[in-house]
Design a protein around this ligand. Structure first.
Ligand SMILES: NC(=O)c1ccc[n+]([C@@H]2O[C@H](COP(=O)([O-])OP(=O)(O)OC[C@H]3O[C@@H](n4cnc5c(N)ncnc54)[C@H](OP(=O)(O)O)[C@@H]3O)[C@@H](O)[C@H]2O)c1
Length: 313
């Protein structure tokens, strides 16, 4: 049985509120994960150039489409401009490479992966001399041309703080539909949610389960006793509670898994509701803990996660 995932309609774009994440999904696992997900009802697939697995994600989509039950137009494919393509003259190269690898003529949404540019060809900077200081507003303007050319249907940003979203909104021709950021009870970002909602920008939550922690001593969100207890009360797993936490508040959310049983489990979040008290308890778990820190660009002038903004931002 396939699940019908609700959508949010914004600026003419219909975004399915639950999407499949593909970061760290290994090339030999991700095609199957994407096929299983689409067959079960996922339509929103989140991809990125720097995940290094776009070709296999594309294969998974084609495998699912070959069954005939789902058409390309039913899918909502999100790709991302990596930071080494921020110079306006490089923006089209970034999307073209992703489209080639995915085997698509267009994506449904193209996000700027982060506000900070890197010189390349190294994917991540290893010193400040690898930073590129292209203004992300200039990058955005080049991205607008991609809509004109039909390479993407819509645009968004990712990892932008509210001041950075605001600068784009002040100077854009095509509005960002989404800001995709890390959100979960250990990092609720209530002010950013309030700001984006006030500007009609949808927040998409990434790393809802606390990502795949790389550091052994990082807090384990899926094992948090408060999350576990809320799940037990609703007859749901901690992962389902953590997804519902976003859906309850009008956000969209990405769940990454390459495990077929979990891909299906993560879909079963449309048959229960959290109470206001549950949401309050989850918000109170806040520790301002980021699993995804972009530490390698910590001193970049557009690094987005400083509590104290620098004037250049
Ligand atoms: N824009 C950005 O900068 C950015 C940054 C980070 C993430 N993202 C996007 O957001 C997506 C989700 O975030 P994420 O990958 O960081 O982490 P996540 O979805 O919070 O967590 C993924 C981890 O949770 C496990 N998992 C999945 N479902 C589970 C379940 N029901 N029960 C127990 N464990 C479960 C997965 O294991 P298995 O896969 O082994 O099943 C994997 O280890 C990414 O894949 C990516 O598409 C975007």
């Amino acid at each position: 049985m396939t699940v019908n995932i609700p959508t949010i309609l914004r600026s003419g774009v219909r975004l399915p509120i639950l999407g499949l994440g593909t970061w760290k999904s290994k090339p030999n696992e991700v095609a199957t994960a994407v096929r299983v997900a689409i067959n079960a009802g996922y339509r929103h697939i989140d991809t990125a150039w720097n995940y290094g697995n776009e070709a296999e994600v594309g294969q998974g989509m084609r495998d699912a489409l070959s069954g005939g039950a789902v058409k390309r137009r039913d899918l909502f494919i999100v790709a991302k401009l990596w930071c080494t393509f921020h110079r306006p003259e490089d923006v089209k190269l970034g999307i073209s490479d992703s489209l080639d690898k995915l085997g698509l003529d267009y994506v449904d949404m193209y996000l700027m992966h982060g506000p900070q540019g890197f010189k390349g060809p190294k994917i991540r900077p290893t010193s400040e001399s690898d930073y590129d200081d292209t203004d992300y507003v200039d990058t955005w303007k080049a991205m607008e041309s991609l809509v004109d050319e039909g390479l993407t249907r819509s645009l968004g940003v990712s990892n932008f703080n509210s001041r950075q979203v605001d600068r784009v909104l002040q100077d854009c021709r095509i509005k960002p539909v989404v800001n995709q950021v890390e959100l979960h009870p250990y990092l609720p970002q209530l002010d950013l949610i309030k700001y984006c909602q006030s500007k009609d920008v949808i927040l998409t939550a990434y790393s809802p389960f606390g990502s795949t922690p790389e550091i052994g001593n990082e807090p384990r969100l899926l094992e948090d006793p408060v999350v576990v207890a809320i799940g037990e009360r609703h007859g749901k797993t901690p992962a389902q509670v953590l997804l519902r936490y976003h859906l309850e508040r009008g956000l969209s959310v990405l769940a990454k898994s390459v495990t077929p049983a979990r891909i299906l489990q993560n879909l079963e979040v449309f048959d229960f509701s959290l109470t206001e008290d549950d949401i309050t308890k989850l918000n109170s778990l806040n520790r301002n803990h980021r699993y995804v820190t972009w530490q390698y660009s910590r001193t970049h002038k557009y690094y987005p996660f400083d509590d104290q903004p620098r004037s250049a931002q």
